[in-house]
Design a protein around this ligand. Sequence first.
Ligand code: HDE
Length: 711
Amino acid sequence: MDSRGEQLERRDPSDSTASGSPGDQSFLDQFVINDTDTFTTTDFGTPVDDTHSLKAGSRGPTLLEDFVFRTKLTRFDHERVPERAVHARGAGAHGYFESYGDWSNITAASFLTQAGKQTPVFLRFSTVAGSRGSADTARDVHGTAVRFYTDEGNFDIVGNNIPVFFIQDAIQFPDLIHAVKPSPDNEIPQAATAHDSAYDFFSRNPSTLHTLMWALSGHGIPRSFRHLDGFGVHTFRLVTDSGQSKLVKFHFKSLQGKASLIWPEAQALGGQDADAHRRDLWNAIEAGHFPEWEMAVQIMNEEDALAFGFDLLDPTKIVPQDIVPLTPIGKLVLNRNPTNYFAETEQVMFSIGHVVRGIDFTEDPLMQGRLFSYVDTQLNRAMGSPNFEQIPINRPRSRFGVHNVNRDGAMQQFIPSSIAPYMNNTLNSGSPRPATQNEGGFFTAPARRVVDGNYVRDVSPTFLDYWTQPRLFWNSILPAEQQMVVNALRFELGHVQTMMSVRQAMVGQLNRISNDLAVRVASAIGVDSPSPDPQYYHENKTIGLSVFNETLKTVVGLNVAVLSTTNSSDSLNQAKSIAQTLSGKGLNAQVVAEVFADGVDTTYIASDAALFDGVVVADGTSGLFDPLTSSMVATFPPRRPLQIVMDAYSQGKAIVAVGNGNEALSQVGGQERAGVRIVNSTDSTTWDAFEDDLKQFKFLDRYPMDPPSSQ
Ligand code: HDE
């Protein structure tokens, strides 16, 4: 039997012997519906014809009696649930986490107590501000929400790809989101902070500056979900069985390496393929190129909460890795795409409150507030039903099952058999009973204590330094990355209309980070350049903050265009063989030509440099780049092939020009230089070198810099 009826028979979540037992990667399979070779039925199981409505005569009106029509339309009318208030746009995938070792010296968490132990995970990536249909390439903080279906319950790390956050107190979250979301009058702009209210908020609330610096650099426009790191952001606690606790920061380091787009490329890609990131993730997994992240922790002592010159409870601060290095604890692999976007990616409901034994919270006021907000928002998204944890993607796979006195509510999926849903009872032998720590129960770290104090509605004095770490970030990135931040601010503030109270005020804040930054931005947005404010300045740097100074660890899954022409069979044959060689390296190599023909993967009209990480120009293509001879019909607009080479060049991509493919380069004013190879013939060394160039990913010597006088 393959139907919803069968699923009802497997309803007890505590039944770990049923197929889909805890830890089983295929747990969700028991809920999958296969429609192959079936009749259409109503939701209540009656076979029907739902392709024609019931009418009074074939030219007559539809009848109210038609329950088939009414229920089909009713179901359609109710298909949508509210999108997430933030992080609405996203994509997810299944996988597993494997612990590198027995970490019981730092945590009692069961998924970390054995080398090689695997735990199923679901990871959802997202942008924050845009609505569900917005483009993947919007400049934004990116969500990295990871669920571990551990054998002692679900543990979620609902984190971001930027290790700090805009605000320090959850009570400000509605203000932040109202400021960055589209304007209330005309709902403009979509998925962008380039507007007055965002910078009004940022300039009035300098706690935002650190996260803003990250978001305006490459971290805000990653190459793909596979090429970003994840962070837990808050300081968490790990606690051992014997009650010893440590403060930790969680990190997920991309084992593909980090890579980011540059802004014109992100803008073009948003138009060419609004789904670029979800497509990349989906395709990589379908191709068997399973993306991986190394999970690591920075471990700090309880008594060192204030030892680093800032407060570990302040979520606007990083712990520099040269002060507390990363300890790798395991590997996370994504190896399975969802079967159904809505049922899995849309209905997964993460919560910072999903914790397991061995993990504990801290007093970070942002974290404390999130503990309320996530459950509350899920109630809204589940249309008021408190039973959202029973949805397959949310259902825990704990060895303890789910047993408590929570009852009823809309859409209850289970049939509780106890007639004593209260504690203490004798009618159900005292069950379910409170779990003690010795029996595997969750416990709060014994070292946690309340710091004596009066009730206050204020901010801790230890949270008040907003400029030291943004400057640390500025000092630690490459000059080209600084230029990207400058350009981003010129773009964003250029869209801000309010001169004094927003543009000038923002420059005032930037000046506390760096006078160089402030002056370069001010000069482009028509406001006064401030004088240096040296009391804020320091020359410290740290590691791990730059995107572009790292090379990729693998080129697998990157996209390469091999530009060719159907006018020359030699050129096309060469392009095909190059694409084959590159595919052997795990690259997604596409032969581009004017029209589809044998071996042509895509056409010029459907192509753009932004869709590719590297470009090869095949021999025999010279006529293609001549606007007079190239066919308007096949390459609209007629200069598109040349435009692809020009954009690839200016976007710092790896390029190989073979034979007279070189003509394209000279027409765009390009030349042989780092990442641009001109060759007469190719062999394996050509493609090994191209692979190295792709690992370099961006050649920033091609990124236009401000003239030295203004730096
Ligand atoms: Fe969230 N956040 N958040 N957030 N957040 C939501 O929960 C909230 C914050 C993050 O892929 C919402 O299910 C408050 C920090 C991610 O499904 C909501 C505050 C960090 C996701 C919510 C924060 C995050 C969310 C909207 C300030 C990084 C997407 C829908 C205290 C550490 C999860 C939902 C997914 C989603 C509230 C701040 C990450 C409204 C009140 C800091 C990755 O509950």
